[in-house]
Design a protein around this ligand. Sequence first.
Ligand code: DCT
Ligand code: MG
Length: 523
Amino acid sequence: MDLLQAPHSGPRKKRPRKAGALMVSGAHEVRFGDLVLFILEKKMGSTRRAFLMDLARSKGFRVEDELSDAVTHLVAENNSGNDVLEWLQVQNIQASSRLELLDVSWLIECMGAGKPVEMTRKHQLVVRRGSPASPNPDAQKTPSRSVQRISEYACQRRTTLNNCNYAFTVTRLCFSTWSRGRNAFEILAENCEFKENEDSYVTYIRAASVLKSLPFTIISMKDTEGIPCLGDRVKCIIEEIIEDGESSEVNAVLNDERYKSFKLFTSVFGVGLKTSEKWFRMGFRSLNKIKSDKSLKFTRMQKAGFLYYEDLVSCVTRAEAEAVSTLVKEAVWAFLPGAFISMTGGFRRGKEIGHDVDFLITSPEITEDEEQQVLHKVINLWENKGLLLYSDLVESTFEKLKLPSRKVDALDHFQKCFLILKLHHQREDNEKSSQQEEKTWKAIRVDLVMCPYERRAFALLGWTGSRQFERDLRRYATHERKMMLDNHALYDKTKRIFLKAESEEEIFAHLGLDYIEPWERNA
Ligand code: DCT
Ligand code: MG
């Protein structure tokens, strides 16, 4: 439908029209006169409604205080199409058959764009079949589904990188760059992870994930109504952040000796929870003390972690990831010209920075032996070129007939290698640096995964992440579909068959899920 349509005149109950409403909306000039909005207070609350009305008016939208004949677009929040129809009936208002019933997500997108954006299915409120007469006949063609209900599963939410809830981000800089920009609940979750408190970890990580998915900013506790994964404990923290701008619990964690030490220790490549616990108990609080302690023994991985520490804790940029991608393609194609190489992980989800660069490699028409040799050859090539700073190749333990793992966090069985590569800077930078005798390269963490061609869709889905998205996909498969999903396969327990897939879209379809694009999986 054309957005800039003429206002409708339908068989609607007559309401008084405000003088001057055509030219100004509130104190602002109307820039999009063909659209007349009305924002429903029901379930939204008066404060948020007033805020959105002011915001829309300030952007040049005409917003009516009352539902008059002139209104073309009714915007509601946490209401289904049926809820809105019911409200209209109670108010004794006969809506025009062309009145658009829209979810607030449409208005939020308009606010972001500074102009009306196209209305798509995801914005239109669905009226279920067999319900009172629909004001929008098209809406009846849509299957029964309440568009604005937020799922408890991240795989049923579209989570882009536009996080509207940075209010719940602690902006105070911790000692490490990794705390910057982290959601308050991610910090609490991480602290629970360090304490191996699984239940609390899940509570906080799910809260963080659902907050990231919201198309609006939480500005009052009313906004949290109807949102799943926000229990009492979480709501208390949200309330504190709304009122005080920060959470005492989060601040306590950020100042906690154990959290700070674990954060620091685990920032070293090769150091996990066990080693951190050991060093913390031994009284270490700084990396310098640990490095210089002669009694400590380090693994090969940790030695590399310390050696390239500064490079590895500074984020990998997209430009660096692209440069690594060129290196990977050159090397792999030298031995396997028909290989498909996909950059996975955070960069595939559209992130501009990451802690590493992940790749999935696969090829049709090669034997298992040839497949097994490729990563070895690639590593040798880089070794000979002096580009290999660290490598750990893990051979495949993949078995074709094995059922998918029941664990939501299980590692896969494909052949893979964890690397640190030497990435030389661009030439101009090089010239500048060599004059000053500075280092002309950066150490970059790279993961390469090799998978059998027929498993590529499962591997790509699994390695694209985010972790929370993957966990919820598997949880959804188990609890809602009686299926088992991992990075290798999808198994239908009811039919006792493996479900094949050539693409990620097919896996979503097998699971009965709407397809979620990679950049919408930033849960
Ligand atoms: N993955 C997973 N389970 C794990 C580890 C990884 O499902 N235990 C998936 C999810 C993301 C992908 O593999 C790549 O992992 P990371 O590189 O750790 O995550 P990322 O999303 O790429 O984040 P970053 O930008 O920090 O690299
Ligand atoms: Mg990654």
